[in-house]
Design a protein around this ligand. Structure first.
Ligand code: UD1
Length: 430
């Protein structure tokens, strides 16, 4: 199994290009099946999650052509099947966007029910409530969500919780329904807006995305389009925190600074200097980091997907910090691994109380999930000595060339798969 071997201690310095947003890509690729015409999508990140979704789409007859590493052509004129198998859902939860997309276009979809996952329970009751409000029958049989109807009719959907996934799925199901759908208490994340812009470029009539009330007027059909996905807010935020934790000086390029506001605000609070331009943010960490409190919230609040990265930074900050996780109940599992690197963090239910320590020290650890895995890499980059990180396939779900991008900033990180390679790495970096 592949691991990362990391020798900490080098400040990260330089510029890094941020790729297309994984979470926007997952929604947009799924929505591309909603027309029979060809759709060209640019800035698609080449990560495991998007590749698995593309395979799931191919399994039902969608023709996917890779023009280059980040440009993909999708044609769904020959879809022959409306069943998405369990294998894809097991690998990537967001395959469930194909429910909204297939239901919206063909009035029928059968998709394996996503199970739990290692950041906590992830119910889909709000998705189902939305589909039912539009007139679809939804039943769960043999582990599949089966949804079908003769026609979808616009409706009023009030979300009991702010859910990115449910907002996206309902938006797709409503786009070709008869009449108007209003989604209240909708998620406002940048990728919800990106999906709405994409669907509108295909002829949809969606207004209000980015606010908590989205209005969708049904149109009879969607047409082909060419579209460029927005930059990845979380990849950018991860590199910004990597700069802070390693006392570095990193410019994240090809970003939308507005999407990074909650992240930038916290970096300023803990003592980093920031410089913003139209499409880049520079983070300089020349002073010791200070403590702060943070609570994860739906956008524009501090993202839950940045919670492990800020916790790693606060673990090395002077004083006591408190991090409250309000989106997923089980998102502090990585703290055990961080403790093995010397962190002093106590977790009580959804709160981490962090007493900053002088330094982390290298250890053998495992990535428990995507974002926590990336955060542990950052901790290792700041740690004294060598760290090995197992289960890096989680990290590769959402970060393209993470090791190579970090290397280009001066990090000593390598992908290894044998003990011999580890020994070689240790000799090289001493
Ligand atoms: C998306 C992101 C994920 C991010 C999360 C929160 C994608 C592919 N994934 O996940 O990276 O961490 O948003 O920003 O974009 N909930 C319900 N019922 C539902 C749906 C959700 O109770 O039907 C709850 C969840 O348990 C959670 C909260 O709502 O507590 C938010 O979840 P949601 O926004 O739906 O997350 P995802 O779309 O799964």
């Amino acid at each position: 199994m592949e691991q990362y071997a990391i020798k900490g201690g080098n400040p990260l310095v330089g510029e890094v290009e941020i790729g297309g947003a994984k979470n926007a890509a997952l929604a947009i690729l799924a929505a591309a099946v909603m027309t029979d015409e060809t759709v060209l999508i640019e800035n698609v990140p080449d990560v495991r999650d998007t590749n698995v979704l593309l395979q799931a789409m191919e399994s039902v007859g969608v023709i996917v052509t890779k023009i280059d590493r980040h440009t993909i052509k999708v044609n769904a004129a020959q879809v022959h099947d409306l069943i998405i198998e369990d294998d894809y859902i097991k690998k990537i939860r967001a395959s469930y966007y194909l429910i909204g997309a297939l239901l919206g276009k063909y009035r029928k979809a059968e998709v394996a029910l996503p199970g739990g996952c290692n950041i906590g329970l992830r119910p889909i009751d709000q998705h189902i409530k939305g589909f039912r409000a539009l007139g679809a029958n939804v039943r769960i049989e043999h582990g599949l969500i089966i949804t079908e109807t003769d026609k979808l009719i616009g409706s009023h959907v009030y979300m009991d919780v702010v859910s990115v996934g449910a907002t996206i799925n309902v938006m797709m199901a409503a786009v070709m329904a008869e009449g108007q759908t209003t989604v209240e208490n909708a998620a406002k994340e940048p990728h919800v807006v990106d999906l709405a812009n994409f669907l509108n470029s295909m002829g949809a009539n969606i207004k209000g995305a980015g606010t908590d009330v989205i209005k969708i007027k049904g149109v009879p059909r969607l047409h082909g389009t060419e579209y460029t996905i927005i930059p990845d807010q979380i990849e950018a935020g991860t590199f910004m925190f990597a700069a802070a934790v390693t006392k570095g000086d990193v410019t994240v390029k090809n970003v939308i600074p507005k999407h990074l506001e909650s992240i930038s605000a916290k970096l300023l609070e803990i003592g980093c200097e920031l410089e913003e331009s139209d499409d880049a943010v520079r983070v300089v960490a020349s002073k010791p980091l200070g403590h702060t409190h943070v609570k994860t919230l739906p956008y524009p609040g501090f993202p839950t997907d940045m919670q492990p990265q800020i916790t790693v930074a606060l673990g090395l900050s002077g004083g006591t910090s408190i991090v409250t996780e309000s989106i997923f109940e089980n998102r502090f599992k990585y703290v055990d691994e961080l403790t093995r690197m010397g962190a002093n963090i106590k977790v009580e239910s959804n709160t981490a109380i962090i007493d900053g320590v002088e330094k982390y020290t290298g250890a053998s650890i495992s990535a428990p999930d995507l974002r926590a895995g990336a955060a542990l890499v950052i901790a290792a980059l700041a740690a004294e000595g060598t760290t090995t990180i197992d289960d890096i396939q989680y990290i590769e779900r959402g970060y393209e060339d993470f090791d190579l991008k970090l290397q280009s900033l001066g990090a000593q990180i390598e992908k290894i798969s044998t003990e011999r390679e580890l020994q070689k790495f240790k000799l090289r970096v001493v």
